[in-house]
Design a protein around this ligand. Structure first.
Ligand code: FES
Ligand SMILES: [Fe+2]
Length: 384
């Protein structure tokens, strides 16, 4: 069960009520924003600084480096990062660039190593980032004292390594998540999950368009008519609003089987509703009955009209039996097909509109509660 019994009951009461009445949660007021937020290079530059460089990114799952000496590499918004697990079990994050002349230090995605040797001229570093040895030292001459990899603020919590891209920055997950989101993430016990598969996509649309598509429940009837629509109540959502983050839930049609026979909360909601989580600024993950679909979005390095999306599927057990494997392959295909064939073309159209100075403003209605939280958080980070 994903939720604590209290939260499960609380959510069930509200989902049952909406399913019976055909209603949905509604925001207090509508919102609007200029479509230029998706195309303006000045806005993208401000996001690079205030959002992607300053805030903790939910960057690596801890199961990718479980033991001391294990490492994983990840590309943050602009910075390639090497995360290594120390002897005491803690993690540290470094810019994955050699201090000699900047060669990528580690090219593998993950592995175990106590010494990282640069592929270019063979300098080597410990898993604490300290330069241990350089090659031909007598001919190279002196190097600055205490030369080490550039270190980034990071913390492991809720099964993920969170990293701040700015070496001068600080990480404060209590402040960033707030007590509500922190408590919710703790309920999921994401540290017990494993990455079943991960893939990186590039799409020709702004990162916010892509993320908003994952948060949006209003479009399902129209964009996912054949694939997703039949399984859900449409335009129906409950929200737990944590200010800058949220949890949303939409009933599956399967809820009909318990609506009149069970008290709300009697059963775990896992199979009776789908839940979306916004961990702002750039992550959303969806709770399915047997897996979690985890999306993290980054900017394109220079084009505001493009993005990089990292999709991870997390499963509760490390190895799946044959049936589980087949099922997960099927889920993967469905998720990719719905996104690539159905959501992406719509998003590309929004991007085309945003390039025009004459397309006007976007509106977020009262029923678009999840997307409203995303924009509220974005404005907060951008100080707009
Ligand atoms: S760039 Fe790494 S040793 Fe030269
Ligand atoms: Fe969609």
């Amino acid at each position: 069960m994903y939720f604590s019994p209290e939260r499960n009951t609380r959510l069930a009461e509200r989902l049952f009520a909406h399913a019976r009445a055909g209603t949905t949660d509604r925001a207090a007021a509508a919102m609007s924003y200029p479509l230029s937020v998706y195309a303006d290079p000045a806005i993208a530059a401000k996001e690079r600084e205030r959002i992607f460089q300053a805030l903790p990114m939910m960057a690596v799952h801890a199961s990718q480096l479980p033991e001391p000496g294990d490492f994983a590499t990840v590309q943050l918004n602009r910075t390639p990062v090497l995360v290594s697990r120390q002897k005491d079990g803690r993690v540290r994050a470094f810019v994955n660039a050699c201090r000699h002349r900047g060669s990528t230090l580690v090219r593998q995605e993950s592995g175990r190593r106590h010494l990282f040797s640069c592929p270019y001229h063979g300098w080597s570093y410990g898993s604490d980032g300290v330069l241990k040895a350089l090659t031909f030292p007598e001919t190279f001459g002196p190097v600055p004292e205490d030369l080490r990899l550039v270190e980034l603020p990071c913390e492991q919590r809720h099964g993920f390594v969170w990293i701040v891209e700015d070496p001068q920055g600080r990480i404060d997950l209590d402040e960033h998540l707030g007590p509500g989101m922190d408590r919710l993430l703790a309920e999921y016990r994401l540290e017990t999950y494993h990455v079943w598969r991960s893939e990186t996509f590039e799409f020709p649309q702004n990162w916010k368009i892509m993320l908003e598509g994952v948060l949006d429940g209003y479009h399902v009837s129209f964009v996912h008519g054949a694939t997703i629509k039949p399984y859900f109540y449409l335009n129906m959502m409950v929200i737990e609003d944590f200010g800058r983050h949220h949890l949303t839930g939409t009933p599956r049609r399967t809820i009909d089987t318990i609506l009149d026979t069970e008290a709300p909360g009697q059963s775990a909601l896992d199979g009776y509703a789908v839940f979306g989580n916004l961990v702002s600024p750039n992550t959303s993950f969806v709770l399915h009955p047997h897996h979690i679909e985890h999306w993290t979005l980054y900017q394109h390095p220079s084009d505001p009209g493009a993005c990089r999306a990292v999709l991870r599927i997390l499963t509760p057990s490390k190895t799946l039996d044959e049936r589980g494997q087949v099922l997960m392959e099927k889920n993967w295909k469905i998720a990719c097909a719905a996104i690539v064939n159905e959501d992406v073309p719509v998003g590309n159209g929004i991007q085309a509109s945003a390039r025009s100075p004459h397309a006007g403003v976007a509106l977020l209605g009262l029923n678009e509660v999840g997307n409203q939280v995303f924009h509220r958080a974005w404005r907060h980070y951008m100080r707009e």
